[in-house]
Design a protein around this ligand. Structure first.
Ligand SMILES: Cc1ncc(COP(=O)(O)O)c(C=O)c1O
Length: 495
């Protein structure tokens, strides 16, 4: 059994001393009574959903969707109160743990004071949140900017596209192969998967998709030790001649005035680029006056050990979008930050982007509390996430050494990945990846003699990568448990 030798008693506890963090796997009584007060079986829930809910969301990717009744800390709970250690945390929307007491209390306070307000008026927490976030970003990027809010990551990206269009008067954007920016219509146009665009991506300009530096499977067939940064050089070659079809060297006009990219691929498999990549790309973009929009929807909020993932690469974007963990998965709030010259009131004028819920008081209050936590715990998070990430990586390397089907492991902070392959260590093994997820949801694993399950998610170009997205307060014990449960699954499913 895998054992994290370097655990210390102090490190076993959670980081946030103000939170109720279950180090055991049992749920607090208030959630148990909530789940049992609804007298409906899982089979009934599924039958009603199948008949009356649209199948257009992602529930019916599975032929037997799972029903959950409660959540707390790192765990989801089913009807029988079996704990499932969650290593996907609502696709990185709950970095600060399920039912984080501080955020819940702030939301309850807002519910009791002013839960609703038309967005044409201001409420104190909106101004305070804008100030807090602008100042935190200015301290990091040394750039004055402003915040704009909306609901949902896709809408935040749509609004960022509006800023680009408004400033550059062009629609075209570069984006990454493997990039994901949401499923509203404009966000679909800049998301690489043709599967999404085929039906709904024809209402705006499709992006020009360029290869992501996925070194384990280099899109150019190179070896990262000897490639000499070929991917950046290849991108720069687009500007050599008008016949490369995007640039006029005489007028210095480019058909694409912005590049939108995730700093680290999220849905694309938690693939982090080499450390030189973004700096070199930014130099090329700057040479041709191309704006950089960084989508931090999934990788922001300390997922990578820094508030914003792009900080790991030492560059400053022109626009940065965020969502998900900004409210820790509570009432949605999303938005973007832009440098002053793009978003000044006389440029991005009143009414340019709006929704009835764009700065809803509950979402704003949740975000304000999250950002306050971040301010208070920044130093601890910056210290502890790399330490715990190293422990997790040690466990992943143990699994890699034990199973030939673990072809590659990697990542940064708590944006980690385990790439599953055939025994040859390279051919993608999606079947094993799917089976691991299904098997984990059966709830029949065991840890220290107690029955439990494991919630996993997958991603990647071949959907063969387990993306590992624990809450930021995961304890050392829970890291050991994560590796142990994945070990149990791999030993069940491989021969
Ligand atoms: C990088 C990125 N951008 C945008 C989105 C879309 O966000 P939402 O689902 O809130 O619309 C996602 C969602 O997973 C994402 O990972």
């Amino acid at each position: 059994m895998f054992d994290l030798k370097e655990k210390s008693a102090e490190n076993k506890s959670s980081l946030n001393k103000n939170m109720t963090m279950p180090n055991s796997m049992s749920m607090s009584t208030d959630s148990s009574s909530l789940s049992s007060s609804l007298s409906i079986t899982d089979e009934e829930v599924k039958a009603l959903d199948a008949e009356y809910s649209s199948w257009g969301d992602t529930v019916h990717y599975s032929s037997n969707p799972k029903v959950f009744r409660g959540c707390e800390g790192s765990y989801m709970y089913d009807l029988k109160d079996i704990p499932y250690l969650d290593l996907q945390m609502m696709y990185s929307a709950c970095n600060f743990g399920y039912k984080n007491q501080r955020i819940t209390n702030a939301v309850i306070d807002q519910m009791n004071t002013m839960p609703q307000l038309t967005p044409k008026f201001i409420q104190p927490y909106k101004s305070l949140l804008s100030e807090k976030m602008s100042k935190m970003i200015e301290a990091r990027f040394h750039e004055k900017g402003r915040m704009h809010f909306n609901v949902g990551g896709a809408q935040a990206n749509e609004d960022a596209i509006k800023v680009v269009r408004n400033y550059t008067h062009r629609n075209g954007m570069f984006a990454f192969q493997g990039g994901y920016h949401g499923r509203t219509i404009a966000a679909t146009c800049i998301t690489s998967s043709f599967r999404y665009r085929e039906k709904y991506g024809h209402f705006g300009d499709r992006a020009n998709f360029i290869p992501f530096p996925y070194c384990f499977r280099c899109p150019y067939g190179m070896n990262c030790e000897s490639c000499n940064h070929f991917c950046v050089k290849q991108f720069a070659r687009n500007f050599e001649s008008e016949y490369k079809a995007i640039y006029d060297p005489k007028t210095k006009e480019c058909e694409y005035k912005a590049f939108i990219g995730e700093p680290i691929l999220g849905t694309g498999g938690y693939i982090n680029p080499p450390e030189w990549y973004w700096k070199e790309m930014k130099e090329v973009l700057d040479s041709y006056g191309i704006m950089l929009v960084i989508d931090e929807v999934q990788m922001g909020m300390f997922r990578t050990g820094k508030l914003w993932a792009i900080e790991n690469y030492g560059i400053v974007p022109d626009i940065m979008t965020f969502a998900k963990s900004i409210t820790n998965g509570m009432n949605p709030l999303a938005g973007f930050w832009a440098k002053e010259k793009y978003i000044a009131p006389d440029v991005f004028t009143p009414g340019s982007a709006h929704s009835t819920y764009c700065s809803n008081p509950i979402g704003v209050r949740a975000a304000h509390e999250v950002m306050t936590i971040v301010e208070e715990e920044e130093a601890t998070l910056e210290r502890e996430i790399p330490r715990k990430s190293a422990l997790f990586m040690r466990g992943l390397n143990y699994l890699k050494s034990k199973y030939k089907e673990v072809g590659d492991v990697g990542g940064i902070g708590f944006a980690l990945r385990m790439e599953l392959t055939e025994k040859d260590g390279i051919t993608p093994n999606r079947a094993l990846c799917d089976a691991m997820q299904e098997e984990g949801l059966k709830g029949d694993l065991s840890y220290h003699g107690k029955k439990c399950g494991l919630v996993l998610n997958n991603g990647g170009f071949f959907k063969n990568i387990i993306t590992l997205v624990p809450q930021l307060y995961i304890s050392d014990d829970e890291i050991e448990m994560s590796i142990d449960l994945m070990d149990q699954l791999l030993s069940r499913l491989t021969k």
